[in-house]
Design a protein around this ligand. Structure first.
Ligand SMILES: [Cu+2]
Length: 258
């Protein structure tokens, strides 16, 4: 039914889609129902049949019971689907060895990715160090920053492991949108906003599924953030664990070789 939606590529995507489908069914039924009711009212209370206005109004109970029914369905959607889905999103964030923790810093108009490196600690950043060569203002003199890996518009992740992304912005409000992962989160200057998910389809597997050899997962900025908003487009490379590790090793090597 949602064949126009991007294919699912995270563990919670199916749950979000199921909720979207249910909400759309409810909206469809309500649209048709209220539309039909409106047409009926136009006909039933037309001037020709009712030359004088009634000050009492209609007495039917149908409208009220329909409203109660709709309210009950909405409560079921909220309590049965939306709140449980939200509870998983905000439960204790992934941590430890299993999790991949990265920072993503939005700027006009790029996504800057910051990995903590082998020591697992993010190096110090400072806005006064921000330049075109160093868009996140990383202080390389800081010992914990020496092994940090930074990329622009390329978020590389391993498959089937929890990913925790700390989002922040250097300038205006952006929005971090990963459609296949069903992730969308506003990115706000001065705030560190965590968002997590488990990607479960590698880029290569998705290319095969779609039959598109050049397919890429995109990071779309979902908040109109300035004139260059249209080109604020990053990519998520979901790799197998082995490929991810060799990518990390290559990046680490590139840091030490001048
Ligand atoms: Cu943006």
């Amino acid at each position: 039914m949602l064949s126009y939606m991007p294919l699912q590529a995270s563990t919670h995507a199916a749950e979000i889609d199921q909720m979207t489908i249910l909400v759309h069914w409810l909206m469809l039924v309500m649209f048709v129902g209220w539309g039909a009711f409106f047409l009926f009212v136009l006909f039933r209370f037309r001037k020709g049949a009712n030359p004088r206005a009634s000050y009492v109004g209609a007495k039917g109970k149908l409208a009220k019971s329909t409203e109660i029914l709709v309210a009950i369905i909405e409560i079921v959607l909220l309590v049965g689907y939306a709140i449980p889905a939200w509870a998983t999103r905000v439960r204790p964030l992934p941590a430890g060895q299993e999790a991949v923790i990265v920072r993503v810093v939005g700027t006009q108009f790029a996504w800057n990715v910051h990995y903590p490196g082998a020591d697992g600690r993010f190096g110090r950043t400072d806005v006064t160090l921000v330049s075109s060569d160093n868009p996140i203002g990383l202080d390389r003199r800081d010992p914990t920053a020496k092994d940090d890996i930074t990329t622009i518009n390329q978020l590389t992740l391993p498959v089937n492991r929890p990913v925790l992304v700390h989002l922040t912005s250097l300038d205006v409000i952006h929005s971090f949108g990963l459609y296949e992962m069903r992730i969308k989160q506003d990115v706000i200057p001065g705030l560190d906003i965590p968002v997590w998910f488990i990607p479960n389809v590698t880029t290569d597997e998705m290319r095969q599924k779609l039959g598109k050899p050049d397919f890429e997962y995109e990071i779309a900025c979902s908040q109109l953030c300035g004139l260059g908003h249209f080109r604020m487009r990053g990519f998520v490379n979901v790799k197998t664990e082995a490929d991810y590790r060799s990518w990390l090793a290559d990046e680490a090597k590139a840091l030490t070789t001048p």
